[in-house]
Design a protein around this ligand. Structure first.
Ligand code: NI
Length: 255
């Protein structure tokens, strides 16, 4: 059974079949899902969805692409949600310098730091998004030695990976590792100790091969796990078991 550690079921791409799709996951081998928010509203939606399904948990936070929505009220709203029993992380948070329409780096960093503070205060782990902002992301992460986290859809280099592993962080991988042009992430997975690896879909995007381009869902997460098994030279069952154990430990959901 698999643990999809990152899927956005609040996306409008699921408006026609969200409930059936989520309900079908245990029968498709997916025993647990983390659904992260990107704004206060979508974080509230993630909590509401988690209340309806035993196998769905929530993360709450403001995504770097949405950090122009940040305010004191939003901060208080996110903090209030952290008391909910199905909230298991602060996320997704981080920095994204790829999209030119995103808020300036200074605001992104401030919103990221404020949410690292919430993680420190609540003891929850963080789910970090980093696109084209490796140095600034690492600078902030390294200031919070008491905060645990995962770099979702890891796209950094081996040197940062080594630092993160030393800090006890997790690296999580998506369907991108099944794409034909994947190279660096594959080298990192070969090196990375198995107990630091988690799997995710980042649904509705990043659908693994051979379904690339179609809408993604947690039912495809086995393809990510199988690719990791191949790279590590272990059986698919072993990769599924270890990545699920890792995620249960990280999100504090004992089996
Ligand atoms: Ni995401």
């Amino acid at each position: 059974m698999y643990f999809d550690t990152h899927a956005h079921y609040g996306s409008e791409l699921y408006d026609t079949d969200r409930e059936e799709l989520i309900a079908s996951m245990p029968a498709r081998g997916v025993e647990l899902i983390i659904n992260p928010g990107c704004t206060l509203e979508s974080s509230q939606g993630a909590v509401a969805l988690a209340e309806r399904y035993d196998h769905v948990y929530a993360a709450v936070g403001v995504h770097p692409s949405d950090c122009h929505t940040w305010s004191d009220e939003v901060e208080q709203g996110i903090l209030a949600l952290t008391g909910h029993p199905k909230v298991r992380a602060i996320g997704e948070i981080g920095l994204d310098y790829y999209w030119k329409d995103n808020a300036p780096a200074e605001l992104q960093k401030e919103v990221f730091i404020r949410q690292m503070e919430i993680a420190r205060k609540t003891g929850l782990p963080v789910i970090v998004h980093n696109r084209d902002a490796h140095k600034d992301t690492m600078d902030i992460v390294r200031r919070y030695k008491d905060v645990r986290g995962v770099c979702h859809c890891y796209a950094g280099g081996i040197e940062d990976a080594k630092i993160l592993v030393k800090m006890g962080w997790m690296l999580s991988f998506t369907g991108v590792i099944t794409f034909k042009n994947a190279r660096r992430a594959l080298e990192i997975i070969k090196w990375l100790p198995m107990e630091h690896i988690m799997i995710e879909t980042d649904s509705p995007y990043l659908t693994p091969e051979p379904f690339r381009g179609k809408r993604n869902d947690s039912g495809y997460v086995h393809l990510v796990s199988e690719k990791i098994a191949e790279l590590k030279g272990i059986s698919p069952e072993e990769a599924a078991r270890i990545t699920t154990e890792n995620a249960r430990r990280f999100f504090n959901i004992p089996g």
